[in-house]
Design a protein around this ligand. Structure first.
Ligand code: HEM
Length: 502
């Protein structure tokens, strides 16, 4: 391949991108309505520059302060609408969900083999089929059936930490993965080096770093780059994509096949997969529903494990940084339960402060600060501004949860924000952290229970605190964060001290 050919191709792509933007601008004028305000773009490339790549939600929040609740930007020919307020997010993504339930068409999704996933799929028949399976398994009432299993897993989680506290992070990942594996496949994961858990973890690590819309737009504009060999600097994404596809083939097929085998020999116990297969009772001539069940199961594992583990890591970070919250929780748990047992779901109504801690954890550092991007199916008008068809619509959940009018002093961890004067929980359930409208999180009730039972158990049994050096001086640290679509705190120094009896 000659370099002249490549230069010509790039120039061609740039000319096309310029033409598309010019035509769009002309069409906008014809419509006579202004686009939402936004930063001044650079010719052709648009607003790529000036964005904090490791934490774009911070840049978007600044834009929100300058330009308002709806901000327009474009990267090459892809148009972006950033929504910085809960009010506008509800107006567009919930009240007008018929027009905003699509997902952007990102070339990185098939590149990483993730086009089977409910989370990333375009709005349509295939998505609806999967969403129905999810709904049957995880709607509010159905989610209650998993509670005995979640309680048992939380006990194992706590015992594991008591035995090997130095492996805390591994215990968090095993807990988050094993509850969803149990619910979906009735599969008991290994405490160490479970091959499935490891394979999903590796895939998610690869994908979450690269699935940012900004990266995808670059590749979409210069699709031709995907023809270059993966050893060329900048093209390692191809190698990562191939590895991700290979990993997914394994973790999608193996556990599903195991359920089929146990169903055939009559030993299968209830699980999301076996229940869904029993419902169709072999009546699936095209195989489409069976395929949908297989894909839904794999999507659930991907969507549930990393999110749950990340929220638990944020929770520990908050407990270490805000010891007064932990002390208050200890006093309450000791008064309600004593030291002889772990909290159960029956205790939940007497431990509302733990619920307030859970809500504040979701709010304080949302693990999906830009939620998941939606896309507009048709053009629309909002607050007098023109929203173009096919725009990527990004709810800036960070801006919503750090809104100082709603949450004064937002960087402080204050569970009391979620309590009424009499100590009961108020109406604010931080719904924004679970997304919007028809695409909102289907695993929310399941996640809520997994988090509550783990957090209350951790608080009952342990004290998390900052480390001290050899002179007894407390080691202060500035939390660091992973980057990508979903974030979690990077490892930080802390100590775990057991409290009360086992
Ligand atoms: C604390 C844990 C969790 C958080 C913070 C979370 C958050 C989210 C968010 C923000 C979205 C995007 C919503 C939107 O596009 O508007 C989402 C989608 C989704 N979540 Fe969760 N999630 C969590 C746990 C789970 C669990 C446990 C499951 C499965 C049991 C799950 C399954 C899904 C699925 C399938 C979608 C895609 C929905 C669609 O596109 O139709 N999530 N989640």
């Amino acid at each position: 391949m000659s370099s002249g050919w490549f230069t010509d191709a790039c120039i061609g792509a740039l000319i096309c991108a310029t033409l598309i933007v010019a035509i769009r601008c002309w069409m906008e004028k014809r419509n006579m309505l202004p686009l939402p305000p936004g930063p001044r773009p650079f010719p052709i490339i648009g607003n790529v520059r000036g964005i904090d790549i490791s934490a774009p939600w911070l840049t978007y929040t600044e834009w929100g302060k300058r330009y308002g609740d709806i901000v327009y930007s474009h990267f090459f020919d892809q148009e972006f609408i950033v929504i910085n307020s809960e009010k506008v997010a509800i107006e567009l993504l919930e009240k007008r969900s018929y027009n905003y339930s699509d997902r952007p068409n990102l070339p990185t999704t098939p590149l990483f083999g993730l086009d089977f996933s409910t989370v990333l799929m375009a709005y349509g028949v295939r998505w609806r089929r999967q969403r129905r399976i999810f709904h049957q398994a995880f709607r509010e009432k159905a989610a209650l059936t998993y509670r005995p299993m979640q309680q048992r897993k939380a006990q194992q989680f706590i015992s594991g930490i008591l035995d090997t506290p130095e492996e805390f992070l591994n215990h968090v990942h095993v807990y988050a993965s094993s509850i969803i594996m149990s619910a979906i496949y009735d599969h008991e994961t290994e405490l160490h080096n479970d091959p499935l858990v490891e394979a999903v973890g590796k895939t998610l690590k690869l994908a979450l770093e690269e699935l940012r819309p900004e990266v995808a737009v670059f590749i979409k504009t210069f699709r031709i780059l995907l023809r270059l060999p993966s050893w060329i600097p900048g093209m390692s994404i191809k190698k990562k994509g191939a590895r991700s596809q290979e990993l997914i083939r394994g973790w999608m097929n193996d556990p599903f096949q195991r359920v089929l085998t146990t169903m055939a020999d009559g030993t299968a116990r209830p699980s999301v997969v076996s229940n869904a297969l029993r419902r169709i009772d072999g009546k699936d001539p095209s195989g489409e529903i069976t395929q949908a069940i297989k894909e839904t199961a794999a999507a659930a594992f991907g969507a549930a494990s990393e999110t749950t583990a990340s929220v638990l890591q944020v929770f520990i970070l908050a407990m270490v940084l805000f010891p007064e919250v932990q002390i208050k929780a200890h006093v309450l748990i000791d008064a309600v339960i004593g030291g002889s047992r772990l909290p159960t779901f029956e205790d939940r109504s007497s431990l509302q402060y733990i619920d307030a801690i859970l809500r504040e954890t979701l709010r304080w550092r949302p693990i999906l600060p830009l939620s998941m991007p939606h896309a507009s199916v048709n053009s629309d008008v909002c607050e007098g501004y023109y929203i173009p068809k096919g725009a990527t619509v990004m709810p800036n959940v960070w801006a919503m949860t750090q809104n100082e009018h709603k949450y004064p002093n937002p960087s402080q961890f204050l569970p009391e924000r979620f309590l009424n004067a009499d100590g009961s929980l108020n109406e604010d359930t931080v719904d924004v952290t679970f997304g919007f409208g028809r695409r909102s999180c289907v695993g929310r009730h399941f996640a809520d229970a997994s988090l509550w039972i783990a957090m209350s158990g951790l608080l009952a049994r342990f004290m998390f605190s900052k480390q001290s050096d050899s002179n007894g001086k407390v080691v202060d640290f500035e939390p660091q964060w992973s980057t990508g679509v979903a974030i979690h705190p990077l490892p930080f120094p802390f100590t775990i001290s057991p409290r009360l009896s086992k």
